[in-house]
Design a protein around this ligand. Structure first.
Ligand SMILES: [Fe+2]
Ligand SMILES: [Fe+2]
Length: 208
């Protein structure tokens, strides 16, 4: 069961995720690329898509925190922590790119965080194999979603594309690791509900 220390650490993590800029150890993908001359429409489309991706990373932080809170096995907790570190880098990259594009982050981030945290904690309570299976499916869906963004991002915006490309590679890796650590394949109806929920999130975050 989660103890008080874990709850305090979780709360601290939530505040830092929502209120302070994320840090990255790896260089931001595409730093070496020149900034493209985007027109206003392209710039706002890129900023909106990167806002959606930033929300995805806010959700990833919360899911991982929630899952780690209730995961049972120490090794599973370790796996979750490692993936969460990479998610923090994604958070930093998307946040930085939003700023470069003069965009803004979602106003609903506290809501996204709270909802995802609850879902993650619930998945953790179901036991490690379902927890990891849920994680793998989430990562697969995120990876597919990022693929969709690569076709929607303005072609000239190579800097955003470099970030999304590396994120997609990382998310696919997270899915593979979760399954390799004993994740169970989720039933199809659960996968469909997850898809519908993420579609609501991505459509809303595009605007708000
Ligand atoms: Fe990520
Ligand atoms: Fe991931």
């Amino acid at each position: 069961m989660p103890n008080l220390d874990k709850l305090i650490i979780g709360f601290d993590h939530a505040l830092r995720t929502l209120l302070t800029p994320a840090q990255t150890l790896r260089p931001v993908p595409g730093t070496q690329l020149a900034e493209a001359e985007l027109n206003d429409l392209e710039k706002s489309e890129s900023a909106a898509l990167m806002r959606v991706n930033h929300v995805g990373e806010i959700c990833a932080q919360a899911l991982y925190q929630g899952q780690a809170l209730t995961a049972r096995d120490a090794e599973v907790q370790q796996t979750l922590a490692q993936a969460a570190r990479e998610e923090t880098e994604h958070l930093a990259w998307t946040e930085r790119r939003i700023n470069e594009l003069s965009g803004r982050k979602s106003l609903l981030n506290p809501l996204w965080y709270g909802g995802s945290f609850a879902i993650g904690a619930f998945a953790g309570l179901l036991g490690d194999k379902w927890n990891l299976g849920f994680l793998a499916e989430t990562e697969r869906q995120v990876s597919a979603h990022l693929g969709g963004h690569l076709s929607r991002l303005p072609h000239a915006d190579e800097k955003s594309r470099a970030i999304v490309t590396q994120m997609q590679i990382d998310e696919a890796g997270h899915a593979t690791t979760a399954m390799a650590n004993g994740g169970a394949e989720l039933p199809m109806p659960v996968k469909l509900v997850m898809k519908m929920a993420s579609s609501v999130m991505t459509r809303t975050a595009y605007w708000v």
